[in-house]
Design a protein around this ligand. Structure first.
Ligand code: 3H9
Length: 675
């Protein structure tokens, strides 16, 4: 087998090139090749320095994650980076694309780093539930300071080459198109410089309070995660200690994390997200339909948010409303959202104008005839949707994709209002649609394969994570939400408080519990709007104007800053309803809440799989991570069920008298897992 690492002499400079598509992951063959190349450099007196560069779209994007959990093949990355750094002759990293994780650590081990301006540097290991395990926690603080190292390693977001240069991680910038030549020239210039700057030998200083301040500032985003806490601890405990001692501590932390469930869950999600983009019976080379302009019907919260995704991606949008004031309101909100992003420094004023300049607001439905993809985002009513799709059928150009943003309704029935059901598909965005990453693509019985392939591609362009769902009520996400909501309401009647139920969910790692979510979304959603018809606790809340956060009262009371507190009135309402219905009371334990609200979701997920409404269990996990804030360190409901043990889940469901999905029973019988 040929090595992915090749060497070439440019006079007295050795150019070491990696060619390991798609992202130059540092697998065993790459590590062996790098090791051999550094030996070649040092064994040959005619060579004075080396450049390490990569072919293809990026510098090393990190260790090969597929090797984790398998027996390690020598040399390990920690050895390879030490070998690079120990070289007697200078080694220059020539970086383009993304130098991530182990890739960044290779760059740090080199004596000099040169990068194109578009390059990015990062230590995203934390997002895989691990820590930089090839000297990153030791070399980065020495090269770029403790604060910068904490930001990169404990948060995991990459920084630009310019920011890296400002921090000292990049020594110089190259021309965008002349990286290799510039790197060779740089290597030649530094060929005789001695002593060599070795990151591991640099002193590191730290301001008092840095670690506590960092912990405090990031407490919310790190809640529940093991890796960030361990990364901070590793740096804190080793700062000022010799490098050898530091890497040993790093290694211990790395091993602890990589053996843990959180890391397994997060690595599962990394691959699950990429797998979700693949549709089993749609070939990857399917010819896509061109999407040059998108139409959106409805300028409400959803329609506006949906439009912003396309505008931000540079795709023109025609947005249609029925009345001028609604149209003005909708476009006004979009502008305000963009300006809000600009105020936070996430966009420039020109970008705001650029995006808004791509928007064509209109009251004329016929204007949709110029669109290649039309997304209907009006309220949930089958008759209204069918009428719209019937009209679209007469207006839309041949081959245009007709999509509905319905969250529950039957796409096949909507498609039946047209003479082109093959062009009809569901595109279920999650609110706020310009922020939430999830997009459920609902595949109708007649949806054409090239329509599916095209919307999956569009999803990628607008930076969504798309998952394919079949036609069933609520698709994947909302369908699984239903049993959770039903059980939460029943538990309330049987003796639990909203606070207890929410607390169990928040402690589990959800951003909020079912009642906090109800208050945020609006308790009045789906209410019949007759204050005299009170048939449930929820009706009573609505009748009393407790519609949630927007009214300052819902299941909780809210102050003017929307801080919640338990509501004595809600406690009274619940007590009245318990008495009125004669519901038997018992002490509800936290364990029971988990079993009844979360195991039932897993059970519903199993039914979804068994009916073929999701392609794979990991797709369900992706839906819950990106659409509902399921804690990524628990890997999604199906992965979590695997970690709990499917036998335990079934026993819990049976204990409370639920009908257990056949698939779940079969899996237990065969000793299988979902993932
Ligand atoms: C680490 O470095 C640990 C060290 O500190 C210590 C070690 C001792 N390995 O994302 P894409 C695959 S941990 C294996 O669609 P993009 C990916 O699955 C690592 N495979 O492309 C996909 O496969 P497929 C730290 C990998 O252009 C294909 O490549 N590094 C790896 O949208 C294309 O990927 C990271 O966490 C990998 N490391 O984005 C970086 N990376 O085609 C992880 C990707 O079969 N990677 N694949 O579906 C990324 O963030 C993105 O892939 C990247 C490119 C930004 C690089």
């Amino acid at each position: 087998m040929t090595s992915p690492i090749t060497t070439e002499r440019q006079g007295d400079i050795l150019v070491i090139t990696s060619n390991n598509p798609p992202v130059n992951a540092l697998g065993a063959a790459v590590r062996q090749g790098l090791d051999a190349a550094i030996k070649e450099l040092n064994d040959d007196d005619s060579l004075k320095a080396a450049v390490i560069r990569c072919e293809g779209r990026t510098f090393f994007a990190g260790a090969d994650i597929t090797e984790f959990g398998k027996p390690m093949q020598e040399p390990g990355l920690p050895t390879v980076v030490d070998t690079i750094e120990a070289s007697e002759k200078p080694v220059v990293a020539a970086v383009h694309g993304t130098a991530l994780g182990g890739g960044c650590e290779v760059a740090l081990a080199c004596h000099y780093r040169i990068a194109v301006p578009s390059a990015k540097f990062g230590l995203p290991e934390v997002k895989l539930g691990i820590l930089p395990g090839a000297g990153g926690t030791q070399r980065l603080p020495r090269v770029a300071g403790v604060q910068f190292a904490l930001e990169l390693a404990a948060k995991g977001d990459p920084v630009s080459a310019k920011a890296a240069q400002a921090a000292g991680l990049v020594d110089r910038l190259a021309g965008e198109d002349s990286l290799t030549a510039d790197a060779i020239a740089y290597a030649r210039k530094m060929a005789d410089a001695r002593p060599l700057p070795r990151a591991s030998e640099k002193p590191v200083t730290v301001e008092p309070g840095v670690f506590d301040d960092f912990r405090k500032a990031n407490a919310k985003r790190m809640r529940g995660f093991d890796a960030p806490a361990e990364i901070i601890a590793v740096i804190e405990e080793t700062v000022g200690k010799p490098y050898a001692e530091g890497v040993q501590r790093e290694r211990n932390g790395f091993m602890k994390l990589i053996m843990g469930t959180q890391s397994a869950a997060m690595r599962h999600i990394f691959f699950a997200e990429r797998k979700a983009a693949k549709i089993d019976d749609v070939p990857e080379d399917t010819q896509l339909r061109p999407i040059k302009r998108v139409g959106v019907i409805g300028a409400g919260t959803m329609g506006g948010g949906i439009s912003m995704n396309f505008l931000s991606a540079g795709i023109p949008v025609t947005i249609v409303e029925m009345a001028q004031d609604a149209l003005d309101r909708g476009t006004g909100v979009m502008r305000k959202n963009y300006e809000g992003s600009a105020a936070k420094g996430r966009m420039t004023a020109e970008q705001v104008e650029g995006a808004m300049g791509l928007l064509k607001p209109t009251l004329n439905f016929d204007d949709l005839s110029e669109c290649d993809l039309i997304i209907e985002a009006v309220y949930e009513n089958m008759d209204v949707k069918k009428e719209i799709f019937g009209k679209l059928d007469t207006i839309a150009k041949p081959g245009a994709i007709l999509a509905s943003n319905t969250s529950y309704l039957n796409i096949d029935e909507i498609a039946s209002a047209t003479n082109r059901p093959g062009d009809v598909v569901g595109m279920h965005f999650f609110s706020p649609a310009n922020v939430m990453k999830l997009l459920e693509i609902v595949r109708g019985a007649k949806t054409d394969k090239d329509v599916l392939a095209t919307v999956m591609d569009v999803a990628k362009k607008i930076k969504k994570v798309a998952v394919v769902a079949g036609v069933c009520y609520g698709f994947i996400g909302n369908r699984m939400l239903m049993p959770r909501q039903i059980e939460a309401n029943k538990l309330l009647m049987e003796g639990a408080s909203p606070q207890q139920i929410d607390k169990v969910h928040v402690e589990f790692g959800m951003p909020m519990g079912p009642f906090q979510m109800g208050d945020l979304a609006g308790v009045d959603i789906g209410w019949h709007r007759d204050p005299n018809r009170v048939e449930s606790i929820r009706d009573q809340l609505c009748a009393e104007g407790r519609w949630g956060q927007k009214k300052g009262a819902g299941f909780y009371d809210y102050d003017e800053k929307r801080n919640p507190s338990p509501s004595p009135r809600v406690a009274e309402i619940i007590a009245e309803w318990r008495e009125k219905t004669g519901t038997p009371q018992h002490d509800v334990t936290d364990e029971e809440i988990v079993e009844r609200t979360l195991y039932t979701m897993v059970n519903e997920g199993a039914k979804i799989l068994q009916e073929g409404m999701a392609q794979r269990a990991s797709d369900i996990d992706v839906v819950w991570i990106y659409g509902y804030g399921w804690p990524v360190y628990r890997g999604g409901p199906m992965f979590w069920a695997d970690t709990v043990g499917l036998k335990t889940v079934v026993a819990g469901l049976e204990k409370h008298g639920f009908e257990v999905a056949q698939l779940l029973r079969d899996k237990v019988e065969k000793g299988e897992r979902f993932n």
